[in-house]
Design a protein around this ligand. Structure first.
Ligand SMILES: [Fe+2]
Ligand SMILES: [Fe+2]
Length: 325
């Protein structure tokens, strides 16, 4: 990313120096990785997952935006079960898309020196470890999906659209004119993803009403992500210091956009899922839910973004009022 000129920007909105990186956090996280990483400690649990209890649903019905819709409730039990199976696959697709299309390309960019400021040895260790973890997460979710497809004999799945999180990144990318804006968008989307993904994983990680593996995978994944959020806070601080004023303004303007993209309910995926399960008037069901859903959020835990705004000392620069949504 081109840094235009460190000193041409107007005085910062908050009129203060940005928060500085805490190398000791990165060192501690990086040193603990060999003991902590789930790729090391839990490989066997993924390689040989426990029994599949066909009586248990694949996904909790309460998380479906149309769970209470009369047309969904009127559908046959097998049709509703099929929706839950596909909803579980959709849930995993969303995780994998965030890893593969957003986080991993950004970690590669950081390691390749695209962003000035990413050169500390502990920062590089922690980012490379995080990148390894993410590839493993994709693998875990992929294995879980394959198993579901086998056990439930899923054939001919509908084509899922890009996830809402990735669509919004693509939309923002299409409006950006400079390469540095596009790079920064990926960095911000990744930052928000790394500090917020736990809220998404926790939708399932403690749920004992679904297949045990379907809460285990998010639970293991979330364990790695609690380390990643600490890494990403420090990485964001390290890179932010090197942004010029225009880039800092872009960074803080993108943060709430990325968060909204991350927590949104994805209405576009559901019509095809409902139709595939043989449920009539799928478009109408989803349109009703969209109209009635108020804020349209899937994830309501904003502690991650609050944390990064606080730790980066951006309170005065980020238009942030997620607590009231
Ligand atoms: Fe991950
Ligand atoms: Fe992560």
């Amino acid at each position: 990313m081109t840094v235009l000129n460190e000193h041409t920007g107007e005085p910062g909105g908050a009129g203060q120096e940005p928060a500085h990186i805490d190398e000791t956090v990165l060192r501690r996280v990086a040193d603990a990785w060999p003991r902590r990483a789930t790729i090391r400690t839990d490989l066997d649990r993924i390689a040989e997952p426990g029994e599949y209890d066909e009586a248990l649903p694949d996904y909790p019905v309460r998380l479906l935006p149309f769970a209470e819709h009369p047309l969904f409730l009127a559908a046959a039990p097998e049709q509703r079960q099929k929706v839950l199976t596909l909803a579980w696959l959709v849930y995993n697709e969303r995780v994998i898309a965030a890893e593969e299309h957003v986080a991993n390309p950004t970690f590669a960019m950081i390691m390749h020196g695209v962003f000035p400021g990413a050169d500390g040895v502990h920062l590089k260790r922690a980012v490379q470890q995080t990148h390894v973890d993410e590839v493993w997460h994709t693998y875990m979710h992929m294995v879980a999906m394959q198993r579901t497809r086998e056990v439930r004999a899923v054939t001919g799945e509908p084509r899922y659209p890009h996830t809402v999180t990735y669509r919004r990144l693509l939309e923002a990318d299409a409006q950006a004119s400079e390469q540095w804006e596009r790079d920064l968008l990926k960095l911000v989307w990744t930052t928000v993803s790394e500090i917020s993904v736990n809220a998404y994983l926790e939708l399932l990680s403690r749920d004992d009403t679904v297949q045990p593996l379907h809460s285990l995978v998010p639970r293991l994944h979330a364990r790695d992500e609690s380390a990643h959020s600490s890494v990403m806070v420090e990485v964001a601080k390290a890179l932010y210091v090197h942004l010029n004023e225009e880039q800092r303004r872009a960074f803080t303007a993108y943060l709430p956009k990325a968060l909204h993209a991350f927590v949104a309910q994805d209405f576009e995926v559901w019509p095809a899922v409902l139709a595939h399960a043989g449920i009539a008037r799928a478009d109408e069901i989803v349109a009703d839910c969209r109209a009635r859903s108020g804020n349209g959020l899937l994830v309501r835990d904003f502690s991650g973004i609050r944390r990064i705004v606080r730790e980066m000392e951006l309170e005065d620069r980020v238009d942030f009022d997620f607590g009231t949504e």
